[in-house]
Design a protein. Sequence first.
Length: 374
Amino acid sequence: MAPGKRGGGGVKSLLAALVFLALVLAACQGGSNGQVSTPTGETSRPTTLQQTPPAGGFSVPELVERLRPSVVHILTESASISVFGQPVPQQGVGTGIVIDPNGYIVTNNHVVVRPNTCDTPAQSITVTLADGRRFPATIVGRDPLTDLAVLKIDASGLTAAPLGDSEAMQVGEEVVAIGNALNLPGGPTVTKGVVSAKDRTIQEDQCGVTIPGAIQTDAAINPGNSGGPLVNMRGEVVGITTAVIRGGQAEGVGFAISTATARPIIEALMREGRVERAFLGVALVDVTPQLARQFGLPVEQGVVVSQVVPGGPAARAGLRPNDVIVRLGGRDVRNSGELLQALTQFRAGQTVQVEFYRNNSRQTAEITLGQRPS
């Protein structure tokens, strides 16, 4: 924390100096510490992968054999119209994870939409199981904001992968990524690495994706891996691979959506087909030590309110541009990703306490959350 005597006058120039995050910052409702819940009326649970791992964990071959039945190949097909009026076929390939023996599969949203689009579902989706069986899949629900989707196939004899506790993972711990890299024939590709970092916030501006709490790994992730599992050495899925940074400035930098982030979203998609989000009604900029020094902010971590939606929940509670939020709903907020995570505990209509700095004064406000506009 920076010295408490720092002035706040420099914050006024902050808005013109920084690139803003998305105007509507929100997070999903609900949550669970157990397995992904089966939709109402169904009681089936993943029951096939029950072998207790040895004290040191499984070997990689044992782990792969354990997870192979739960990893599926996803093929999407669509058609666009060329400038000459002719249909042009388009295909996309990705990976999915069986999460419920009743046929539910989780993958990335970008896997099941048409290539080069953000929100247009593919015309057809085919899932191929490890035993070679193929099934048409329907989309149960999609969440473009966090790049997650749930599919359903009408199949029997499915093996659901166990979801582990991503929050228990430690930096440096070994992990394995499994997926259909480059759509190579012969089955999924297996790569091994470590947890390089935790709690990354991944943002992709083109499609408005914001993924809080992501796991960074150096396990090789390539096109086609998307939607596949990142697995700990106990054979538990701790992440869903989603992105990799490429280019001359980066090597061995891949990301997975943590199960802590994914689980409540998956459950909402299975239950309702969509994710209802609490709406705060602000645009935010992450505080860094450099920004704190440059603009005289009273803290070195938190989020600066850069814009307030007129008439929105934050505006009604009295928040203003240049306020620095440091706590929401009893949870510390060090960056926008943590604010997003904090909001997952609440739903529209609930009232939460927000702690923030206005100049050098720490204040609190009660905000009744709204529902995020669709």
